[in-house]
Design a protein around this ligand. Sequence first.
Ligand SMILES: [Zn+2]
Length: 225
Amino acid sequence: IVAYWKDRTKKREAFPFKIDGVVVSVNNNVAFKKLGVVGKSPRGIRAFKFSPKEATTIIEDIKLQVGRTGAVTPVAVLKPVEIDGVTISRATLHNIDEIKKLGVKIKDTVSVVRAGDVIPAVSRVFPELRTGRERKFEMPETCPSCGTKLIKPKGEVILRCPNPKCFARRKKYFYHFISKGGFDIVGLGPRIIDRLIDEGLVSDPADLFNLKGRNFTPFRKRNGN
Ligand SMILES: [Zn+2]
């Protein structure tokens, strides 16, 4: 039974309908009768639920994230909630069209889904739970990082920061550069990159290869290691 339940857990996404578990029934009439009934539920039938992929929480705020290509995407900052053993505190809202389609406001109670390995997304809004303190979210006209006027390329729903020198864009570019998909530089993470940029030690990923040990001395001192 457990093996079957585990197998269905893996295959649940493939069904054309949503399921939240499996029901197991004893298929021997004599044994079924013998097991009897508790209240209204026969002991011969049991529901084996899946761990939920969806949870209800509150959107504390909607923040903007500037990507490597300049794409500005709204991200919901959530009251932390656990889905399938993982604590979720952020969910993507994709773009302003999606926000309008969902009708989502800041402080709204929402349903968040986490399917497979994808980024959690807001799937549903509960307007009936509004208290009056909700605020409408407006997309800005300028980049939240560098202040450049955002552009919306034809046929796209995503706003972009066109400034190639945009600080947020550059940071994301650096993160990408050191990531597994890039140069896969072990031991160099976003936090160190942030520090290196803040200290003015690098402005282009190529600068990383010119760094000397002494450049890291202030880091050691401040970190105490
Ligand atoms: Zn920018």
